[in-house]
Each structure stands twice: as structure tokens, then as C-alpha cells.
Design a protein around this ligand. Structure first.
Ligand code: ADP
Length: 398
């Protein structure tokens, strides 16, 4: 079956068409600046040239229409007609406590997702708009929703509750949910597969280090803890997000800088993390690594603090699981920044981690980067959230 995977944001939309038998991506692309002047679509068929077209996209329905047109285009398309697309898989950011699994989308599901909008006001409404647009243009094609939060729903209460008045959980469902679940699930499973060991018997820590970053503890195939919380702001320091900090800083800054809550939240989300800590050098780890190698003190400060946090989080999950067998690095930074992996692993002597620097220098492979003697195995497993969504979609519509 050919599955269209859609990841819809408020002004952008990423798509991939995946053949579920070969698990190959047939075409992929991106619509940007939807509803804004200068909108454009990038389309890349598997064996062809990438093309970028600037064209008006007043709304998401028009964006999806252009995606479908590109996929069925006589010259550069990869399917003869829309009938060849058997199902659509949608990434949905927040499923609250309602969704511990992916689901076939129907009116009831849409209402339940909408009820989670408060928990992810920037993401869920955009996901719903994408679903709505697809349903309009492909009314007879089954659609599946795959939630970023679902994999983490197995966390025990002691891991997901905050030390806040219990009534806030009862009234507003304020608790830790976690994100990047599709990636944590895919990577931990894949690690077990590559090692040829039963997933159900392993203790795995996955470090998903991209623009957003989170770590999760997966014991016997179930997530028992993860570093993001009610929102993706909690946990690790990220590209531009602060991650954990003393909540009283918010009040302190409000007084000192005369800022309102929205302005402060914008600072914590967009101007903090390694961008802020490097005194605005960059949020991109390519720049930070270059800076580090050139002896730039802003880059050194940010990189060191970033890696220290990751290592500390790993340590807390070793405690949570009473041990660890495998530690995985994934996503943009996890897959591509050997220096970050080296720094993080330099804290893991107590786990008997011995890095194999030649393996650590490789890229793009599912690979162990520790020596055969290393007591704990550290791996790089490139994530593939789109493939994971396509697999879930096929599983549910078949
Ligand atoms: P997103 O969370 O947006 O999906 P990604 O997982 O694609 O993010 O990660 C993007 C980040 O990965 C970039 O901001 C950059 O810091 C980092 N990155 C990408 N390529 C490299 C590289 N070759 N070396 C170091 N860091 C990289």
C-alpha cells in the first residue's frame, strides 16, 4: 500500500509518500508559508530532481491540493492517480490521556483531539486543519492519527505527576506527557532489532537530540520516563528552549525586565537554550562545533552545558530502570554530531562505556559506537518518524 504521511504545522506542511511493502519513500516535500505571502512548495521524487515552486497557498486545503497534484503530475509524479494512495497517516502532537495508541480518524476522534487543543495550542489546531483539508480532498481514503504523546502513556504515575496541588491534575490534566514518542518508539525497537536481542528484555535510553530534544527510558519495550513534560519546554536544554530551570526565574525576570508572561515564555521558547547560552552565536550545532574547534568561549560554554544535561538525564534514567543495556543517539544532533556524543559519553565511565572513535565518526548508519568490550552499548540509530507513522497507518487500516 502507498501511504501519504502528513506532518502539518500552523504555516508549514511536510509530506512523504511511502510504499509500505518496500518501506521506501517514493517522494517527499514541504509546503512553507501557508497563508502568508511568498508561499512555496518543495517536491522531491525519489529518483528525480528536487523542485521548488513559489505559488499562492491561502490555506492548508490549497497546500494539500498542490501536494496531491505534485504526486500525480504526469511528468514528475510518482502515482498514476489518487486512487493509488491507500491511506493517509497524520502526525498529531498531543493526544492527552485519551490516546495511548494510534487510531483510525473519525468524527469522535477529531472531537477528542480538539479537546486536547488547550494542551498544545500551537500544534493540535494545525494538525486538525491538515486532517480536515485531507478529508475534503480524499473523502474516501482512510486516515490514521499517530500521536507524539502516545508512546509515553505507559509512564507510571510517580513519573508523570508534578509536585503541584492534585486538584490541578483533576481539573486541567496538568501532568507530564512527553513528546517525540514516535521517534523514541521507533529507535528503541530498531536498536533491539539491530542487536538481535528481545525488545521485551532490554533497558534502553533514547536521546532524541534535534531542534527539540528529549530523552526517554524504555524498559521491556515500554516507556517508563521521558524528559519533556506538559509541554516540550521541559527537560534538556535545546536549540532555543531553556529546558528545566527554577520556575521562580519567571517572576524574577518579570520584575527585573518589566516583561509580561507571554514575553517571558517567548524568551524561554525562542531565545534560550544553546542559542541564548552561546550569547546568540547559534542554535545550530554545526556552528557550535565550528566555534568549539576555533576556541570560541560562547560555543564552548553552550556545548558543555548541553552535554552535561544530557548525561545527567541519562544518569537519572539508569536509576529509574535500575540499570541500562543500550543508550541510543538519534535526530539531527544525535545522528550527526560526534563531538556531542563524545562529550556525553565522557560522563558514562561508571557504566563501563568505551567509545569506538572510528565508529563514532561514521554517519547515517544503525551502528554501535562502543567497543565490543564496552559494558554498556551506545548506538546511533537514525530516526524515521515518517516510516513509523506509515507502519502504524498500515497496521490500523488493514
Ligand atoms: P527537528 O527537531 O526540527 O526535526 P532535526 O532532528 O532535524 O530537528 O535536527 C536539527 C538540528 O540538527 C540542527 O539545528 C543542527 O543543530 C543539527 N545538525 C544537523 N546536521 C548536523 C551536523 N552535520 N552536525 C551537527 N549538527 C547537525
Amino acid at each position: 500500500m502507498k501511504v501519504l504521511v502528513i506532518n502539518c504545522g500552523s504555516s508549514s506542511l511536510k509530506f512523504q509518500l511511502i510504499d509500505s511493502e518496500s518501506e521506501k519513500c517514493l517522494a517527499k516535500g514541504l509546503c512553507e508559508r501557508i497563508g502568508i505571502e511568498g508561499s512555496m512548495i518543495t517536491y522531491a521524487p525519489e529518483d528525480g530532481e528536487k523542485e521548488k515552486t513559489v505559488t499562492p497557498m491561502p490555506d492548508h486545503t490549497e497546500a494539500i491540493r498542490l501536494v496531491l497534484e505534485a504526486l500525480t503530475n504526469q511528468k514528475t509524479g510518482v502515482v498514476g492517480s489518487l486512487d493509488e494512495i491507500g491511506a493517509v497517516g497524520h502526525r498529531i502532537v498531543h493526544g492527552g490521556e485519551k490516546f495511548a495508541q494510534s487510531v483510525v480518524i473519525d468524527a469522535e476522534v477529531l472531537a477528542a483531539v480538539e479537546a486536547c487543543n488547550d494542551l498544545a495550542p500551537l500544534h493540535n489546531p494545525a494538525n486538525l486543519i491538515g486532517i480536515d483539508a485531507c478529508r475534503k480532498l480524499m473523502p474516501n481514503t482512510p486516515m490514521v492519527g499517530v500521536f507524539d504523546t502516545a508512546f509515553h502513556q505507559t509512564m507510571p504515575e510517580e513519573a508523570y505527576m508534578y509536585g503541584l496541588p492534585y486538584e490541578y491534575y483533576q481539573k486541567y490534566k496538568i501532568r507530564r506527557y512527553g513528546f517525540h514518542g514516535t521517534s523514541h518508539s521507533y529507535v528503541s525497537k530498531r536498536a533491539a532489532e539491530v542487536l538481535g536481542k528481545p525488545y521485551e528484555e532490554l533497558k534502553i535510553i533514547v536521546c532524541h537530540l534535534g531542534n527539540g530534544a528529549s530523552v526517554s527510558a524504555v524498559k521491556g519495550g515500554k516507556c517508563v520516563d521521558t524528559s519533556m513534560g506538559l509541554t516540550p519546554l521541559e527537560g534538556l536544554m535545546m536549540g532555543t528552549r531553556s529546558g528545566d530551570m527554577d520556575p521562580a526565574i519567571i517572576e524574577f525576570l518579570a520584575h527585573k525586565e518589566g516583561k509580561g508572561i507571554d514575553e517571558i515564555m517567548a524568551v524561554l521558547n525562542k531565545k534560550s537554550g544553546v542559542l541564548g547560552l552561546s550569547d546568540n552565536l547559534s542554535s545550530d550545532f554545526r556552528d557550535l562545533e565550528d566555534g568549539y574547534n576555533a576556541g570560541d568561549e560562547n560555543a564552548i560554554r553552550a556545548l558543555k552545558a548541553y552535554c552535561y544535561r544530557v548525561a545527567k538525564c541519562i544518569g537519572s534514567y539508569v536509576a529509574a530502570m535500575n540499570g541500562v543495556d543500550v543508550i541510543c543517539f538519534t535526530a539531527g544532533i544525535g545522528e550527526n554530531a560526534p563531538l556531542v556524543r563524545t562529550f556525553v559519553c565522557s560522563y558514562l565511565g561508571y557504566l563501563g562505556v568505551e567509545l569506538d572513535q572510528a565508529a563514532n565518526a561514521k554517519r547515517g548508519e544503525d551502528i554501535a559506537i562502543t567497543t565490543p568490550q564496552s559494558r554498556t552499548t551506545v548506538m546511533v540509530i537514525p530516526t524515521n518518524e515518517e516510516l513509523a507513522i506509515a507502519r502504524e497507518t498500515v497496521r490500523l487500516v488493514k
